[in-house]
Design a protein around this ligand. Structure first.
Ligand code: SF4
Length: 276
């Protein structure tokens, strides 16, 4: 009997250890002792994920949101919802179809629609989650501190003008309080993102952060596991990497090296065949 109990205990401890290792990889910093827990039903201290570093607390996780994950399965059935354009639209056609959009509740708090910016024929397309405060004010994607870092990585790191790439987000309106966009907001706005991809026809897509990777890969992903690996989105090579805001929070050599390797791999692949 004692032997059985020991075996069961060892099995339970092994499962707990595996769970803790997985949570740690996802960014869990600590599990509070029972005395730390007052009202919250869970003792696990899950941090929220900032979209822009200057607007969010300096926490250590790329993406453990308690709010609904903005994930829906990609596929042709999703892609015709709002398409008033053909298979090869121009960005202007997609923008015109979007109009002064009020299709989801995010329009209520926005200042400006942040459609996207860059070269309509870009080889490299970056996709983030949604506009932050600076973006909402200016109507341009990635113009805060995280945007500055992205620009540096593109221009100083890859040696190409930012304007030679195309940059946009999953949702085009800033979620209130910089919360993660909800699933219905993502699914409502998603056809316009697909329209942008169809218009630009990039050679490579780079998703920035967990939500964008999860959306385009069709399931909730651990960014630490999928980054640095090649994936495919409707025939276009897709490279997930960390969000620049995460890089700002975790400004370690390892994180910077990961992102640098991801971006360089994406850029090199986007150039294959360009010089022939
Ligand atoms: S987030 Fe997208 S679907 Fe929602 S109101 Fe803005 S543009 Fe329209």
């Amino acid at each position: 009997m004692d032997g059985d109990l020991k075996k069961q205990s060892r099995a339970v401890l092994g499962s707990v250890r595996a769970l803790l290792e997985e949570l740690s990889e996802e960014g869990l910093e600590r599990i509070a002792a029972p005395t730390d827990v007052a009202d919250p039903p869970s003792p696990i201290n899950l941090p929220a994920q900032p979209r822009e570093a200057e607007e969010r607390p300096p926490i250590a996780d790329p993406a453990p949101p308690p709010s609904p994950a903005p994930v829906s399965t990609p596929g042709p059935q999703d892609l015709g919802l709002e398409r008033s354009w053909g298979a090869s639209p121009s960005l202007e056609e997609v923008r015109e179809a979007l109009g002064e959009c009020t299709r989801c509740p995010l329009h209520e708090g926005r200042n400006k629609i942040v459609f996207g910016h860059g070269d309509p024929d870009a080889d490299l397309m970056f996709i983030g989650e949604g506009p932050g405060e600076n973006e909402d004010q200016q109507g341009l994607p990635f113009v805060g501190r995280a945007g500055e870092l992205l620009t540096q990585m593109i221009e100083k790191g890859l040696g190409i003008p930012r304007s030679s790439t195309y940059i946009c987000n999953i949702v085009k309106c800033r979620p209130p309080g910089n919360r993660d966009p909800l699933a219905n907001e993502v699914s409502t706005c998603r056809p316009f993102l697909d329209g942008q991809i169809d218009a630009v026809k990039p050679k490579v897509i780079v998703t920035l952060g967990k939500p964008a990777a999860s959306l385009l890969l069709g399931h909730d992903v651990a960014i630490t596991r999928v980054r640095g690996q090649w994936h495919d989105y409707r025939g276009t090579p897709l490279m997930p990497t960390f969000h620049p805001a995460y890089v700002l929070r975790q400004y370690t050599e390892a994180v910077r090296r990961h992102v640098w390797n991801d971006l360089r791999a994406a850029f090199e692949r986007s150039q294959q065949g360009s010089e022939t």
